[in-house]
Design a protein around this ligand. Structure first.
Ligand code: XMP
Length: 416
């Protein structure tokens, strides 16, 4: 019998995820919901215990009412503002509520596989695989449950990093032996993007074209019943205090609202680090599971202004050199994101005694916890020199390399 969960209700805390992470570190399964979650839904979740965190909103009448309504359920409650020591949470969980502490990643995998099998039965499942961590882990998990009833569609939009499309085919098609349809839509995307220099328009075109290609393919495949989504917990927890989001992202892989599928979201209760643990446990290569965040519109937002094949090539090749050198220097796990940008400014240089007039490349490397703010990574000067030397020597058409030393804010991490 599966143990009932611990339910954390967010009354305006800054750290609701942290409390959930503490509980899960003690191997107690928990979920986080906003304080105004419907009472019927809470009864359906049927929690073994409740934690109320945050007090900002509890000054509001409905929050106070909600608290007393919840206390009337007769379930043990731990209530606090923004701070609570892990030891106090532990005492509540084990001494007061008697949780068993037997929730593990392997137990999650086993339960989820069983659940997917029951839910899907003998029906068909479709997945848009991007090669990102979440969609990859979700796809492998579903594949483990239903095998060839799952078809994955991978759309190569020409904006991926060097060798990535090949890696997706190698890992999922060959290693995991999944039914994978790889669509080369490079020309289609680049034609649509030709001459477009506004960053938001570029994002929109990439997002919409993705949907179009995906829809065409799914129609060709015939009736599919389920669609796998790599939604994870932070995507759905709406902290009642984190209302302001700086910049909204049109994500590639975001699908239209009128889709005719039932959604399968096997990771929706996990945090990013747990998704990675599941990925490792399923045998997905370490590099993919731990890869740095990569924007949905890919290199498309790293060529500033209108995208051309030449500029994309400068970014792709210089980015490959940067990644290789960062890895050689043993720094890949200590930098949040590192990549190159083609800012589209030509400048004069000299090569083999001849004047050149070529593109510049910017190196960006930042430290961050959540991408909301970022500090510049202080890469060793010698390393920067080595990377710059290699880029101008190996990437034809580039004669200058710069290092972006601006934190976020006032800059953003990406250039567009
Ligand atoms: P900014 O540039 O806003 O980026 O500081 C914050 C984080 O978001 C990533 N990013 C995106 N991710 N679609 C995405 O999926 C996008 O359009 C997008 N734009 C930025 C960026 O790489 C960083 O991690």
């Amino acid at each position: 019998m599966k143990e009932k969960p611990l339910l954390i209700l967010d009354f305006g805390a800054h750290n609701n995820q942290q409390v959930a992470k503490i509980a899960r570190k003690f191997n107690v399964y928990c979920e986080v919901k906003p304080y105004n979650t419907d009472l019927d839904l809470i009864k359906k979740i049927n929690p073994k215990a409740l934690i109320f965190i945050g007090d900002e909103e509890s000054k509001e009448l409905d929050a106070a009412e909600k608290k007393s309504e919840l206390k009337d359920l007769g379930i043990p409650v731990l209530e606090f503002g923004n701070q609570k020591e892990p030891e106090e949470i532990k005492a509540f969980i084990f001494d007061k509520c008697g949780f068993s502490g037997n929730w593990t990643i392997q137990a999650f995998i086993d339960d989820t596989v069983e659940q997917i099998k029951t839910q899907v039965g003998d029906k068909k499942v479709l997945c848009a695989l991007s090669g990102g961590v979440d969609s990859s882990v979700a796809a492998v998990l579903v594949h483990k449950a239903v095998g060839d009833q799952l078809t994955c569609v991978f759309v190569n939009h020409g904006l991926m990093r060097k060798d990535e499309p090949e890696q997706v085919e190698e890992i999922f098609g060959k290693q995991f032996n999944m039914k994978l349809i790889a669509i080369n839509a490079v020309d289609r995307f680049l034609d649509k993007l030709a001459g477009i220099d506004d960053p938001e328009k570029k994002r929109k075109i990439i997002g919409e074209e993705f949907i179009r290609v995906f829809e065409e393919e799914s129609q060709r495949l015939g009736k599919m019943d389920f669609l796998v989504q790599g939604t994870i917990c932070p995507d759905i927890i709406e902290s009642v205090s984190n209302k302001g989001v700086l910049k909204s992202h049109h994500n590639v892989g975001g699908l239209p609202e009128d889709i005719d599928f039932e959604l399968l979201e096997p990771l929706k209760l996990l945090f990013k680090d747990e998704v990675r643990e599941v990925g490792e446990a399923l045998g997905i290569p370490h590099e993919l599971v731990w890869r740095q965040p990569f924007p949905g519109p890919g290199l498309g937002v790293r060529v500033v202004g209108a995208i051309t094949r030449e500029k994309l090539n400068y970014v792709r090749e210089s980015d490959a050199i940067l990644r290789e050198e960062i890895k050689l220097a043993g720094l890949e796990n200590s930098i949040w994101q590192y990549f190159t940008v083609c800012p589209g400014c030509k400048s004069v240089g000299v090569k083999d005694g001849k004047r050149t007039y070529e593109e510049a490349i910017v190196i960006r490397a930042v430290l961050s916890n959540d991408a909301m703010t970022a500090d510049v990574a202080e890469l060793p000067y010698q390393l920067l020199t080595k990377i710059a030397t290699r880029i101008v020597a190996e990437v034809d058409g580039v004669n200058r390399v710069m290092y972006d030393i601006t934190p976020k804010p006032p800059s953003t991490i990406e250039w567009e």
